[in-house]
Design a protein around this ligand. Structure first.
Ligand code: IMP
Ligand code: MG
Length: 178
């Protein structure tokens, strides 16, 4: 098994690029079916979701739009519990069918703080697409409408996910070796 070292930690392969690609294809097919004629607006949460958002958006074939927002709630391998809005949303959500694209739902804090801000703008609907969900880490319950993988409560790296800034460019997902 190929162990990857990033900063002071060791990671082992967990989800292959092929498996991720296959799962995203399945999510895109469901979205195509659920949103036909609704011109959904995807809102991707930077930085972590950029790769998932890009791959998912390419596979969605119905008429749709995408926008980006930057929030951060993470430092190192433990959630800092702080959510900061750095880049605002420039699209009016009123009456729109909105799909949030998130890399991973961990404690749920990020989305539990962000969703009310969006609901305030009265979208026609609001759903969540997340590549990964750690149910055991839940502090703020979040319903993930379009989920890639339910994963154990272990730190993951790659495919957009970083460990102190590094590892986002890895095309597959690695898991921390404890
Ligand atoms: P939450 O607010 O606790 O749900 O945290 C969500 C955010 O924390 C995600 O959007 C990620 O940016 C980050 N995060 C959570 N778990 C991991 C992980 O295992 N690896 C890297 N980043 C993570
Ligand atoms: Mg994130």
């Amino acid at each position: 098994m190929s162990i990857l070292r990033v900063h002071d930690k060791a990671f082992e392969p967990y989800l292959s690029a092929e498996l991720i690609d296959e799962k995203i294809g399945m999510i895109a097919t469901r979205i195509d079916q659920d949103y036909v004629g609704k011109k959904p607006l995807f809102i991707a949460i930077l930085n972590g979701a950029f790769m998932f958002a890009s791959d998912l958006f390419k596979k969605v074939s119905i008429e749709s739009e995408i926008s980006f927002i930057k929030l951060a709630s993470y430092k190192g391998t433990k959630s800092s519990g702080q959510v900061i809005t750095a880049i605002g949303l420039d699209t009016d959500l009123h009456g729109r069918h909105v799909v949030i694209i998130e890399d991973i739902v961990d404690t749920g804090k990020t989305l539990s703080e962000f969703l009310p801000q969006l609901e305030h703008q009265q979208p026609a609907s609001l759903k969540i697409a997340a590549l990964l969900h750690k149910p055991e880490a839940t502090v703020y319950p979040i319903t993930v409408d379009y989920l890639g993988f339910s994963v154990p409560n272990k730190f993951l790296l790659g495919y957009g996910l970083d460990y102190d800034g590094l590892g986002r460019n890895i095309p597959s997902i690695y898991q921390l070796v404890e």
